[in-house]
Design a protein around this ligand. Sequence first.
Ligand code: SAH
Length: 510
Amino acid sequence: MTNRTGTVYLIGAGPGDPGLLTIKAKECIEAADVVVYDYLASPFLLDYAKKDAQIIYVGKKGGDHTLTQDKINLLLVDKAKEGLDVARLKGGDPFVFGRGGEEAQILLSDDVPYEVVPGVTSAIAAPAYAGIPVTHRDHTSFVSFITGHENPQKKDSSMQWDVYAKSDATLVFLMGVKNLGNIVKNLMDHGKPSDTPIALVRWGTTAKQQTITGTLETIVDRVKKAKLKSPAIIVIGHVVSLREELSWFDKRPLFGKRIVITRARVQASSLISKLSKLGAYCIEIPTIQIAPPKDIGPLKESIKNINAFDWLIFTSVNGVKFFFDTLFDMGKDVRVLGHLKFACIGPVTKERLQDFGIISDILPKTYRAESVIDAFSSVKIKNKKVLIPRAKKARTILPEELIKMGADVDEVTAYETQLSTNGKDELIDLLENKGIDAVTFTSSSTVSNFMSLLENKDAKKLLNNVITASIGPITSDTARSLDIKPDIEADEYTIQGLVDSLLAHYESKQ
Ligand code: SAH
């Protein structure tokens, strides 16, 4: 136990897009012992936290508080007094309707040191992502941020409706969705023209962003029809009309498409980042989890005898990872591999191997027999001893072809893939409520595991109107054998190929 009091960092976590976090905020999260976050802060940011950091969710969704503000204050003080540095993440900017000022006052009165890390506020960012600049020389010379939370019927209201109504300011209301009717009525009652443009931007800067535009006269109806709920920014003023010309975020080709990613979580990031950049909203339902083999003995044995081998061939990124994990666990390093030649199936596996300082000698681009034969045709593989660390239950084309060429092949299990059922309820719920536009299958096991998650449900019915996209012919065969007919099959059997084919599919529908 130390006598030191920790520092509390009141951090603006930005409006939602994880890329809008400041560098300083990221550094604070990385260094913190405790991370306290709420509803509006993107959970992706928690990935920056130390492995052993305490992560505490304090909620706050409308009135539904997981912890009351008093309890949050107490928590920050207690943790700091334990000598821990605390990153207190708040949506947007901590001092813009974020009660950051109150938290700072409490910390001050309890002698807890604090720092403030400003963030990108949703009041500016959500309109910006909807193509609405909050100021523009031709339209307005100032902008007001106003709480929409206060009940405008309240007698001692601090709302200056006559001022808002008469000025040409851009008015930005936060926390105002529930009060939209009152806000609009008050502005018109105080003389604001009923044709003043207005927009609501929900979940701004995220893949779920939704924008409704209209005039003071029409907006309430439109919002009701769209069933738009909180959290949203309300922007009122002539700048809103610029959206027609300046919108960009929702023009990206996959914007609004809800796409399920079925790969194991550790492998999903490149697919997610490629699809997200095109505007898609990715829903991670990993159907696979990757684990070390139950019996690591055979892999260890082959590493012990590595001198007897001439070639080491990797068929997947996981094969590389688990091979080297085991090698290092055994107290060895890459020098024991100096005499070997290397081959990798696929460019990503090759890159992973390069992370360990080893350049693959040859590279069959795909698993297909011709590709393997082609790649090894200029190599003397006859009578050579080949080690292939791979998944349990892996496909056999590669060893078969190498054996035909006269090689002596040892296959060893380096990892196992298991069914992951964590996302089952979420998946079924989304499918039943038409919350999914497309599902991606990146291997045969993602298809078969996906189907086992649906258990005794009527898969055909649930997948009606859902686009199914397969990475290649083998995955598609598995799908067909389970009675799913893939709508899309990638032309090039890689993650990029899958993304390109999905994109081509949606572009052809426009
Ligand atoms: N400190 C925050 C605001 C907190 S008040 C900031 O600077 O952004 C909560 C309100 O912020 C919500 O009711 C909503 O009006 C707005 N808000 C926060 N994030 C938003 C987002 N991604 N899109 C639209 N509005 C958002």
